[in-house]
Design a protein around this ligand. Structure first.
Ligand SMILES: [Zn+2]
Length: 308
């Protein structure tokens, strides 16, 4: 399935950060004008290796591929498993299985809907999350450092800090739901739990104790993932905003999507607007809610990119 997607997604087009900014700074209508027989122009392809897409947490790292015009985008975490001890084959199998199932929980949990100039949201791009275990650590976005269960103090405190940022640290016995939360960091998300959680003071990427998000207990990056029975830890639209903004950027230059912002009759900026819509409510994969649960869980999470 993954191979099929890759084939479909070719040819790759690589943009460096710099090139991408250049692309974004000007509107290009040429495609539409030259090929006037096209009913509508196609969004740009985005292919980024080792990116966090300007996520809230700088420790995120993954590959991002959007084949311009497709109805899904691919977020891949390539990881090399580094075992700190000689674990049994059964233990390793169990760990890999949990990590794969954790990625499956994220897969297709949300979609990005792009607004057109008439206010419709017909362009829907599903976010596909994939785990890919690589044999050569050079091909990994992050190494997954698999520690013996209960060995926290030996690596998590002290000089391990840098390691936490660079690697995904886990225990050989980490549950699927714990790994769902840890993958959230790989996608560039911050911890949201409050001060009574010991991990917080060791967390490099936390929303901060004054953030209202610490009250959103059910969320996956908060305490929600800890429910291993009902799997009630919930997704939030905010977790997908950076993916959404990246996708909105691929719609720059499309007359159907670029909205001029006017002030006193003059165009002062332009935006491409969209929204995140959850396709899964929670880790269990329950159907998404169809109403707002404010303030933390609106049905639609608005996103936009703007340029002068
Ligand atoms: Zn965390």
């Amino acid at each position: 399935m993954r191979d099929l997607f890759i084939i479909k997604a070719e040819p790759f087009e690589y943009f460096s950060e710099f090139e991408e900014f250049e692309e974004e700074s000007s509107l290009e209508f040429t495609d539409q004008e030259i090929h006037s027989n096209l009913s509508r122009p196609v969004p740009k392809t985005i292919a980024r290796h080792n990116t966090d897409l300007d996520a809230p947490y700088f420790g995120g790292n993954f590959n991002f591929l959007y084949n311009g015009g497709a109805n899904e985008a691919l977020i891949t975490f390539n990881t090399y498993l580094s075992y700190r001890k000689n674990y049994s084959e059964a233990e390793k199998r169990n760990f890999i299985n949990n990590l794969k199932r954790a990625a499956d929980v994220w897969d297709a949990a949300a979609e990005v809907q792009v607004r057109d100039i008439n206010g419709n949201y017909n362009d829907k791009i599903k976010l596909r999350f994939k785990l890919n275990i690589v044999r050569d650590s050079k091909n990994s976005n992050k190494k997954t450092d698999v520690h013996p269960t209960g060995s926290r103090s030996t690596w998590f405190i002290g000089k391990g800090r840098e390691t936490v940022m660079r690697d995904l640290n886990a225990f050989i016995g980490s549950s699927r739901n714990v790994l769902v939360h840890e993958l959230g960091h790989v996608w560039g998300l911050m911890d949201e739990y409050d001060a009574r959680w010991i991990e917080k003071k060791l967390s490099l990427g936390h929303v901060g104790t004054s953030s209202p998000l610490v009250k959103d207990k059910k969320a996956i990056m908060n305490e929600g993932y800890a429910d291993e029975i009902g799997n009630t830890g919930e997704f939030r639209g905010r977790y997908f905003k950076h993916f959404g903004r990246a996708l909105l950027n691929s719609f720059w230059g499309l007359k159907n999507n670029v909205i001029p912002i006017k002030h006193n009759g003059k165009v002062v900026s332009r935006t491409v607007q969209g929204r995140i819509v959850l396709l899964k409510k929670d880790i269990a994969g329950s159907a998404p809610l169809t109403n707002d649960i404010l303030p933390f869980n609106p049905r639609f999470t608005a996103i936009q990119v703007a340029k002068k």
